[in-house]
Design a protein around this ligand. Structure first.
Ligand SMILES: [Cu+2]
Length: 223
């Protein structure tokens, strides 16, 4: 018997991400919260307040200098006095390594004055530790281009964490061809006629045909 079974599966995959907001410069030279935790897949959303701040990921051992491994830089986001900018900077967390970040604005020495923060920091290497290093830094360094995140519009976000949900659909089609006997349970729908295999065997006297074992093979079976 030649069997040709076509299987089609349509999967709807739903993914969600938690947005964790961090205010940049809302209350002076601060990030709020200055220390937070995030899981893989979470999105840190930096929301910029007045003056001209930015955020860049740094080294735990050398303050106010960009990290040389991965990281992110938002670029400067100038914002009117008393206002919050509609543009936010989103960074997706893709591992749980400790992250330290700072504002590299040198007018007013923001990093040196403690405008720093951490994500998933370990004990002893937190915001206070980094602030003490930053207090001795001379100039803060900015990368030249935005990287490691996206600047997007989010004009009126709620103040707490929110969840973003997206749905994607994947369709998989597989074709199997071969010979042999198919056993088991096949689920499907369609109008193909069932194929029945009859087994004739020994049995009660006079009976020429004893048992019928019917195997309905599939939605699409070609014998
Ligand atoms: Cu700043």
């Amino acid at each position: 018997m030649f069997t040709n079974i076509l299987l089609a599966a349509s999967l709807a995959i739903q993914a969600s991400a938690t947005i964790k907001p961090i205010s940049v410069g809302r209350d002076g030279l601060t990030f709020d919260p200055s220390s937070t935790t995030a899981a893989i897949g979470d999105i840190i959303e930096f929301r910029f307040w007045a003056r001209n701040h930015s955020v860049v990921s740094g080294h735990f051992t050398q303050a106010c200098v960009p990290t040389s491994r991965g990281g992110f830089f938002s670029g400067f986001v100038p914002t009117a006095p008393g206002a919050r900018n509609d543009t936010v900077f989103r960074v997706t967390i893709n591992n749980t390594e400790p992250i330290v970040f700072y504002c590299p604005q040198n007018t007013g020495s923001h990093c040196k004055n403690g405008m720093v923060g951490t994500i998933n920091a370990v004990t002893g290497r937190g915001v206070d530790y980094y602030k003490s290093l930053a207090a001795n830094a001379s100039m803060a360094v900015s990368p030249s281009n935005v990287f490691g995140g996206v600047l997007v519009l989010n004009p009126a976000p709620p103040n707490s964490s929110t969840t973003l949900t997206s749905t994607s659909t994947a369709t998989t089609t597989s074709t199997f061809a071969g010979t042999g006997t198919t056993t088991g349970t096949t689920t499907g729908s369609g109008t193909a006629p069932p194929t029945t295999t009859a087994t004739a065997g020994a049995g009660a006297k006079g009976a020429s045909f004893v048992g019928v074992v019917g195997v309905v093979v599939a939605a699409l079976v070609m014998a």
